[in-house]
Design a protein around this ligand. Structure first.
Ligand code: NAD
Length: 734
């Protein structure tokens, strides 16, 4: 069945309904475009049709473009990929412009047919660009609906006229949060921002849109930019106020992205250049810049990791077949920073929570954490006071293990001490049903060892959250040696319930994320000891696309935690420990009482209110800057290769089973340069042979930690890429 169908009512209004069969949300495909184009032709040419309403047969309007299509256009046209992409975009502009001009006389603006959009719910990407081309946008008053243009988040920008139309509709400054940051809003906020024209009760959506169509005059359907004398709100680039906007916006974008994101740059160019020319030329300019973005390997890597593979993992690409394992009642042991966060996200997902700590005060404090997050939600009108009470009502804070009766999952988040963990494991298992799965949130202790305290090691698993739990998107699921399939399925179903992204890894020191982030932080600290300017270290990291430089990151996570991990690692590795130079710096910082942000004193200086300032001067006294500083590229390569080589080693060792998880996990877990699509995508982008060249150069100067893993050598020798060889999820190890 076609994705769009058209029915004309007794009043002569054509209702064009978008309803993709077999999908919970509509997504746009090339075939669907053609169908829509045909229906628009029919509506405009048939004299008995007075106007049209475009709506959806679902409770949402559309999730956007099927990004598989975008990803494929380039690959399907190897001889002239850019021309194929540009052609596709101009076709889309043609259809949308046809809707917008609606058959009117181009000179007088008379005689067109009114076309309204009626959005029952969420409308994203092309799902909002299509309404934007219509003459009036109605949205059902559905507070859960999200409306906007999130393309920038997957390395694109709104390329079906969304950029050009929104800037002309509201001005560059007002449009910036929507096109540049991908801000989404509910219908009420969309109306006050000017994204939609009317918010109506859901039951009246279609009738109100039709009423408008019947009453619309010629003037109602001419867009401001198609009228004579149109002036851009806020001023065009050569207007004094517009000038300020464009100069400021450019600086702002650069300070946020450090120039690492091709889509942000291309978007700015499309906006600026588009503002200088007539509307139809601006659409061509937008299409050219969008083409350049799609031709950039960064965009396809971002789409692959942040959209296609992220979604595949969320939908259970790695889930063993084990029946429905959704969690109904969860026990959380330890109501500290992590336990309180885990209790909150669980209650928020509708799960009954028993939150246990050593004394009632600590347990209550954990529940209070949830209350304060919910209070913020109420004050920002994200939830109602009633909803807050319902969510909070799901959390029972107690010291009594008997309350765990009926739990089907336990997540333990007590102190990082094997004997404390063993004790609570035994006590919880005595209270829960036999089939309850037991998970630990440990960050450093092997799951297989902790499972020894369990009577049911096949039901024992690691579910590793990142801090802060309510904001971090990734959850690392760790299989111990004896962990069975049902426990994996349970963990995956739980992560799906709380709407986070899972990766499933095997049990080895630091699992995956911490295993790669530690060498990054250590490389930065090591450079301080060598006399590299701290500003060069952190700025090189940001220029490489890392959200935080290594020195800022260790300040945030705390320097004593770093020192503790270093001591434990040294104790475990003995003679094989190779980070002595790092310890010299970090132990000294610890001795100085500079523990990071938590005590307002770390590699950076902080003011009394905790605001981060410059690097701490005392650092330079102890570790003076060397006279000759390395070049930016060397620092950048050291910081990136430290992480990337470790990711390859993790895959080689079978900790990671799937490079897709390696890439998605790296971006969501520790913010690995999202523009690259992840460490494996980055390697494919520069080519395995060049990566070997880099690692040899670094190894010669800085030592064996940069030695290329055999697997990288093998991929280079065969002339393959990681995705070429393993991109379908092929496992390296068991
Ligand atoms: P925390 O010190 O903030 O909280 C631990 C809580 O456990 C405290 O409230 C404590 O009273 C409670 N507790 C201790 N012994 C107990 C017992 N016998 N019975 C019941 N409650 C007990 O620590 P945290 O940062 O929340 O870390 C908890 C776990 O999560 C650790 O295993 C840690 O490695 C892991 N983890 C921490 C982070 C992080 O960033 N902090 C990230 C991932 C994982």
């Amino acid at each position: 069945m076609a994705d769009f169908k058209m029915d004309t009512d007794g009043d002569g209004i054509a209702v064009i309904t978008w309803d993709v069969e077999g999908r919970s949300m509509n997504v746009m495909t090339r075939d669907a475009w053609e169908t829509l184009d045909g229906l628009i032709d029919e509506a405009l040419s048939n004299d008995s049709i007075k106007g049209a309403v475009i709506t959806s047969g679902k409770d949402t309007f559309a999730a956007g473009m099927d990004l598989n299509v975008l990803a494929k256009v380039r690959d399907e046209n190897p001889d002239s990929p850019a021309a194929a992409i540009f052609g596709m975009l101009m076709e889309a502009h043609g259809v949308l412009r046809k809707i917008e001009r609606a058959g009117m006389d181009p000179k007088t603006g008379k005689g067109g047919k009114p076309i309204a959009a009626a959005l029952p719910g969420t409308a994203l990407g092309i799902g909002y660009e299509l309404p934007l081309a219509c003459h009036r946008v109605f949205a059902a008053d559905n507070p859960k609906a999200r409306i906007g243009l999130p393309e920038i988040k997957v390395g694109l920008f709104p390329g079906a006229g969304g950029t050009t139309r929104l800037v002309r509709k509201m001005g560059a400054m007002a449009a910036a949060p929507f096109i540049l940051e991908g801000k989404l809003s509910n219908p009420a906020k969309s109306k006050s921002a000017g994204l939609v024209d009317e918010v109506v009760p859901p039951g009246e959506l279609l009738s109100r849109a039709k009423e408008w169509v019947l009453a619309a005059t010629d003037k109602d359907i001419v867009k401001p930019w198609d009228e004579k004398g149109y002036k851009m709100p806020g001023g065009a680039p050569y207007h004094p106020s517009g000038f300020m906007t464009y100069v400021g916006a450019s600086a702002l974008v650069h300070s946020n992205t450090f120039g690492a994101y091709p889509a942000a740059k291309a978007l700015m160019s499309a906006v600026y250049e588009g503002a200088l020319v007539p509307f139809d030329t601006a659409l061509r300019v937008e299409a050219r810049h969008f083409t350049s973005v799609l031709m950039n390997p960064s965009s396809s890597a971002m789409i692959r990791s942040l959209f296609l593979n992220k979604e595949a993992l969320e939908k259970g690409a790695k889930r063993p077949d084990a029946g429905d394992q959704r969690v109904r009642r969860i026990g959380v042991l330890g109501a500290g920073m992590m336990g309180a966060g885990i209790a909150h996200v669980s209650a928020n997902a509708g799960i009954e929570v028993v939150l246990i700590d050593r004394d009632q005060e600590a347990a209550d404090k954990g529940r209070f954490h949830s209350e304060s997050i919910l209070d913020k939600g109420v004050s920002r009108k994200r939830i109602t006071p009633e909803e807050k009470e319902v969510i909070l009502g799901r959390i029972e804070a107690t010291t009594d293990y008997a309350a765990l009766e009926g739990c089907d999952l336990i997540v333990e988040a007590v102190f990082e001490d094997p004997s404390v963990k063993a004790d609570v494991t035994g006590r919880a298992e005595a209270a829960v049903p036999d089939d309850c799965v037991f998970a630990t949130n440990t960050s450093t202790l092997p799951i297989t060892d902790l499972a020894k305290a369990s009577k049911r090691p096949e039901q024992f698993i690691g579910i590793h959250f990142f801090s802060p739990v309510d904001r971090m998107l990734l959850v690392e699921i760790i299989k111990g040696r004896k962990t069975g399939d049902r426990a994996v399925a349970k963990a995956l179903d739980f992560v799906r319930q709380i709407r986070k992204t899972p990766i499933v890894v095997n049990d080895e020191r630091f699992f995956y994320a911490n295993r790669c982030i530690i060498p990054y932080v250590n490389e930065g600290i090591r450079m301080v000891g060598e006399g590299v300017a701290p500003a060069l270290i952190d700025n090189a990291a940001k220029l490489a696309g890392m959200p935080l430089g290594p020195l800022q990151l260790v300040d945030e996570t705390s320097i004593d935690l770093g020192a503790r991990i270093a001591r434990a690692t040294k104790a475990a590795l003995g003679g094989a420990y190779a980070d002595g130079e790092v310890d010299e710096v970090i132990f000294w910082m610890e001795d100085q009482g500079r523990l990071g942000r938590k005590n307002n004193a770390g590699f950076y200086a902080y003011d009394d209110k905790g605001k981060r300032g410059e690097f701490w001067r005392g650092l330079g006294d102890k570790f003076p800057k060397a006279d000759v500083q390395p070049d930016l590229a060397t620092v950048r390569h050291r910081l990136l290769m430290a992480q990337v080589l470790e990711a390859v080693r993790a895959f080689e060792a079978g900790v990671l089973e799937d490079i897709r998880e390696g890439d998605v996990g790296a971006i969501l877990g520790w913010g690995f340069a999202p523009w690259s699509g992840g460490p494996f995508s980055w390697l494919d982008m520069i080519g395995a042979a060049d990566a070997i060249g880099l690692s040899e150069k670094l190894e010669a100067v800085h030592g064996a930690r940069f030695a290329a893993p055999e697997l990288l050598k093998d991929v280079a020798a065969s002339g393959e890429t990681f995705y070429g060889r393993y991109g379908d999820g092929t496992a390296m190890a068991a």
